[in-house]
Design a protein around this ligand. Structure first.
Ligand SMILES: CC(C)(COP(=O)(O)OP(=O)(O)OC[C@H]1O[C@@H](n2cnc3c(N)ncnc32)[C@H](O)[C@@H]1OP(=O)(O)O)[C@@H](O)C(=O)NCCC(=O)NCCS
Length: 146
């Protein structure tokens, strides 16, 4: 049984999984997000044994005037999806944010992943929209950590 651990990453270490999971079928192939280098931004990954199987980025960014953290770039390697790794990283990330005083996490979730987030305590806010970068349908989602 391989050891599973949540690890801190650099933005660059998230790029291979962002590219192969989030950008393989999109018009844009851009894997660097402007928010990657914002103050307080953290990149968290899930290692299983020696392999990085999931990545996520957590950026301090208010939501509707309330202090919050935006979750971006959540991706599990295609070979490892559906095994619970994304859920482990999402829960571990929320736990770390809560420990740091964050009370609200929000994200622009792809509709294809909406069920995943709803099962992890997020709820949908407002109508769906098409994301300009990916041209994919999205919804805004929020989760209270308070
Ligand atoms: C969305 C994503 C990050 C979820 O990561 P994941 O590692 O597949 O997530 P999990 O395995 O924890 O959960 C996914 C599903 O597997 C199921 N699952 C969880 N643990 C499981 C296990 N031990 N065995 C089998 N299935 C399991 C869950 O029920 C869940 O189903 P749901 O999608 O209906 O909620 C991942 O599928 C992904 O990268 N998708 C493509 C990119 C994407 O859409 N990213 C989100 C952008 S907003």
């Amino acid at each position: 049984m391989s050891a599973i651990a949540i690890v801190e990453l650099t933005a660059e270490q998230t790029h291979p999984l962002r590219l192969s999971v989030l950008r393989f079928d999109t018009v844009t192939k851009d894997v660097a997000f402007p928010e990657d280098t914002w103050p307080g931004a953290r990149h968290l990954g899930l290692r299983v044994g020696d392999g990085l199987v999931a990545v996520s980025t957590w950026v301090p960014r208010p939501h509707l005037g309330q202090p919050a953290v935006q979750l971006r770039g959540m991706a599990t390697s295609r070979a490892a999806q559906g095994l619970g790794h994304g859920g482990t990283l999402l829960e571990g990330g929320c736990q770390r944010m809560a420990q740091g005083g964050t009370t609200l996490v929000w994200a622009r979730a792809r509709d294809a992943a909406l069920e995943f987030y709803l099962r992890h305590g997020f709820s949908v806010e407002g109508d769906g929209f098409i994301d300009q970068n990916t041209q994919l349908p999205h919804h805004l989602i929020v989760r209270s950590l308070a």
